[in-house]
Design a protein around this ligand. Structure first.
Ligand SMILES: [Zn+2]
Ligand SMILES: [Zn+2]
Length: 150
């Protein structure tokens, strides 16, 4: 079976990257996570694989994965960042991965992906028609308090 991670590996190899176990595990960790995660969460998970990478290597791999558009970055209001796997918008997903929004808790930083595709698509059409504008990117995040912090 062709997994998402092996597709990413192929892509990276074609681009001339050498195989890195750290990078592979990081992709797996980010893919398996239910929620977008931060660099510390990645570091903590790596310990379970008996890897003790330094922060610099992890940040370097995050840079690579961002540059190659394998992961996407979500910017929180406090300047911290979360990461998630970047699926193509043309993939047959239940909601548009490329343009989906997030709910971010301003207290604990918990970040949830939101399925708003249908509503947002019709809103985009409305904006495009009303303002004679072609939208090719959307950044819309919601900030507030999660159930635990409310
Ligand atoms: Zn919270
Ligand atoms: Zn998301």
């Amino acid at each position: 079976m062709k997994t998402l991670i092996s597709e990413f590996q192929t892509k990276l190899k074609e681009k001339g990257y050498r195989y890195s176990r750290l990078r592979e595990l990081m992709m797996q960790i980010i893919e398996k996570s239910e929620r977008p995660i931060n660099a510390n969460n990645i570091l903590e998970s790596l310990v379970n694989f008996n890897l003790k990478p330094n922060k610099t290597s992890v940040y370097r791999e995050i840079e690579t994965l961002l540059n190659e558009k394998i992961i996407r970055q979500i910017d929180l209001l406090d300047g911290s960042k979360r990461y998630e796997i970047n699926l193509n918008s043309d993939e047959k997903n239940s909601f548009s991965q490329a343009g989906h929004s997030h709910f971010v808790c301003t207290d604990c930083g918990d970040t949830q992906c939101l399925e708003l595709a249908t509503q947002l698509n019709s809103l985009e059409t409305e904006i495009e028609q009303k303002f004679k504008f072609t939208i090719n990117q959307r950044v819309l995040e919601f900030f507030g308090l999660c159930k635990k912090c409310f």
